[in-house]
Structure formats: C-alpha cells, structure tokens
Design a protein around this ligand. Sequence first.
Ligand code: ATP
Ligand code: MG
Length: 477
Amino acid sequence: MPQQNHKQALQDPVFNILTEAADELGLDCYVIGGFVRDFLLKRGTPKDIDIVAVGSGIELAKVVATKLQGNPKISIFKNFGTAMIKHGKLELEFVGARKESYDHDSRKPSVEDGTLQEDQERRDFTINALALSLNQSNLGDLLDPFDGISDLKNKIIKTPLDPNITYSDDPLRMMRAIRFATQLDFSIELKSLQAITENKERINIVSKERIVDELNKIMLCPKPSIGLSLLHKTGLLEYILPELTALEGIEEVEGQRHKDNFWHTLEVVDNIAKSTEDLWLRWAALLHDIGKAPTKKFHKKIGWTFHGHEFVGSKMVYQLFKRLRMPLNEKMKFVQKLVLMSSRPIVLSEDFVTDSAVRRLVFDAGDFVDDLMTLCEADITTKNPKKQKQYKNNFTLVRQKIIEVEERDHIRNFQPPISGEEIMKTFSIQPSKEIGIIKAAIKEAILEGEIPNEYKAAKSYMLKKGMELGLQSKPGA
Ligand code: ATP
Ligand code: MG
C-alpha cells in the first residue's frame, strides 16, 4: 500500500510542540486511536488526543509540559506508565508503546515495553490502531499495519488480532465494538460477531460502571436500536438487561396474539431519540414496558392483559438501577415516574379528551408532563396509518389542552388554595379528619373543573362542604 500522509490532521499548534519534544528526546512518537480515526472520518477533531512514544510516555509528557504556555498541570499515573496534560480544551494522553498479556480472570494486563507495531496489536479495532507520525523526519505519515484505512472506507469493525483473543483478553471490547458500530453506523465483521457471541459470558468480569458507560453511549446515539439489537443478537443483552430480553416473543392462545414487546421497545427508543437528547428520557423509553413480562396473563374472555405492569415496571427500575450500580437519585425517580405513568396519556389518546382528565394528568405528572407526552408519542408504533394518525392528533390535542389548563388553572405543582389552618379557623375546630375531607373535596372540585383554582371560589366551596359535614362557620366567614 502506498504510504499516505496526513499532515493536515496536525494543524493544532500543540502538534508542533509534540514534534519538538519528541525530536529533542530522540523518541519515535505518534498520535493514535480516536483522533486519527475521527479525522479521517471527518467527524471533527476530538478533545482527547492519544500520544504513544516508543520509550517513556511520561518523560515525553514532562518535556511537552515545559514547552506549553501557562505551565499546565501534568498528572502522572506511574503504575500505568501514562501521563495526562490538560491544555485548554484538549486532553493529551501519553503512553509508552507496550505489549500486553492477559490473565484469565481480570481485565488488567501485565505490560512490558514494546514496539509501535506491538502497541497497535493491543488496540481494540483496526480503525482505532491508526497512527500518524509526529517526528519531523516523517511528519504525518500514516502507520497502518492492519489496513484500518480500508475498514474505515468499508465501514467495518474488525480486531487487529484473532477476535477470540482480543475479546477474551478484555471483554469490555465487546461493548466497545457494538458502541462504535452504533455511533459510526458501521457493521461488525462476522468473525468478530461470532467471537463476541462465544465470549459473551466473559462480560461478567467487566465492572458494571464500564458496561453502563458504553450502554449510555449507545443510548445517546441517533439510532440506539442498532446497538441494542447487536447486544441482543450476540447474547450480551441477556447478561446486562435480562428484563428486556424477557419481553421478546409473541405468544398465541386460542388465536389471540400480543405484540412482541422487545422489538416494540426498540422502536420506541429510536422514535424518542428523534425528539430528545435527554439520556434519562431515553432510558424511560427503554424500560417503559419491562413490567409486561411478569404481569402477562391470558383470559378466555378478554385475551392478553398486562395488568398493573406500569407499577411493577417502576419497581423493577429500582432493582435494575441498583444491580447496574446506576445512580439511585432523582434521575432514577424520574425514570420510575415515567414508567409508572406511561399508559396514562394513551388512554386519553384513544378516547374523547376531557379537560378534567388532562387536569388530573398534569396534577399527577407535575413537571414531568412534557417528557411524559414525548414518551407517549414515541410509543405509537402501530403500522395502521389510520390509527397512527388518530393517536397523533389526539396527543396534539392533549398537548394543547395541557397548555390551556396550565394557563387557566395552574395545576402543575398544585398548591391547595385553602390551607388547613384556615379551615380550622373558619369552623373553630381542632385538627381532625374533617379538615382532610374538605381539602380533598376542594382539590377534587378543581380537578373536575367544578370550580376554578382560585381562592374565592375555593372558599365558598369550603363553606358549602363544611355545612354538609354539619360544621358551623364563624359569623362573617
Ligand atoms: P472515543 O473517545 O470517541 O470514545 P476512542 O477510540 O478515542 O473513542 P478511547 O476510549 O478514548 O476511545 O481510547 C483511545 C484509544 O485507546 C482507542 O482508540 C484504542 O486505540 C485504545 N483503546 C481504548 N480502550 C481500549 C481497550 N479496551 N482495548 C484496546 N484498546 C483500547
Ligand atoms: Mg478518545
């Protein structure tokens, strides 16, 4: 293959400094990995730049730091033989070329110094092993021993060495392969896919945090279903999210079938990815139906039901987040709430939309109501164009009504217009169950639209309710 030169990738002034430092030390030095790949794919220049030196990466970093303006801090990780310099928006990662050998039970290799080629062999994919020389004598020359350039052109993910060894050595690479396939819209070479399938169970030695990291990157892609279906096809998903694979399949009893909720879910995730970049809203879409596997039942008269699946699903969200060491914070509560409420607007979309149903929805969903609507719109996957249109129109109507109701009644983050204290004063009573009854009645009347959400109206309603309960109001109240 003719030698290719890509000097134009090295326009950032930081590369001049790297060249100077490497030549002064007499080290062969290269920029490698994601930076080169993304430059060649014209994906823009990434913020992290990986530099490999044949020799000590740390020594190189030290010299580079003295030449950079503003005396940047250098972080040295002696155990790993790496160093990192933050320079403006850039993160420069330095490492010495090395070869690796792995132990069966851990992702941690033992490493020794190596050549550039050996360093490239330990990389995960041919497209991530591309290196450009930074020494003046051959500045910008591409070093590509595994023809990663062709794989970039043909959009293929392939490992430099036998994929069985590459994936078994570090099973995180299985997740990375699928993540890159999703991000770049590449396909994974068949041999590689088979190796992932064979090594799937080794995902167990990868930390949950790293798995979720890759999963989140997949979820943030324009079409997450690419990655999710690859995870499913290779069998990895069963290890990571068994709640989802449990949704696969269509059962038929007495001629009655239900939809395949796994493939439906993937469609919903792709749909929602078109309307939001919010990772957690996308997670809500991914998990919105997980309660359907444990609640599925067949009834002779009505066919298949998933009674209470939203409630069961929202409980499962907690278990799932906990198992995957995901944050058990307000993000999780958000996902839970959306799963819990995921069917509410659907009922509205199938029927005539009343103001009071919309008020109740806003009351229960609070600030999440817009996200909930986005989820429900993404949930429309019917292939029947007439129904599709009808549901969409109805959701548009619901959204309009939400705005109207909001302007008029301020139901979101509802605060009772009459306090318990005022009720006690008005009827000269001590804390008692009547107060709760009156407060609930006022809230109900507002949600039903019998009275507006205003103090005056609520007060007369309170007096009326109090009388019905046999209470005496103070004169003048
Ligand atoms: P991005 O930063 O967009 O995720 P990247 O390719 O730069 O993509 P990094 O995780 O930043 O990925 O890693 C930098 C480089 O280090 C990769 O291009 C690859 O050459 C190598 N690398 C990273 N992780 C692994 C791994 N688990 N096994 C082998 N090589 C890896
Ligand atoms: Mg990177």
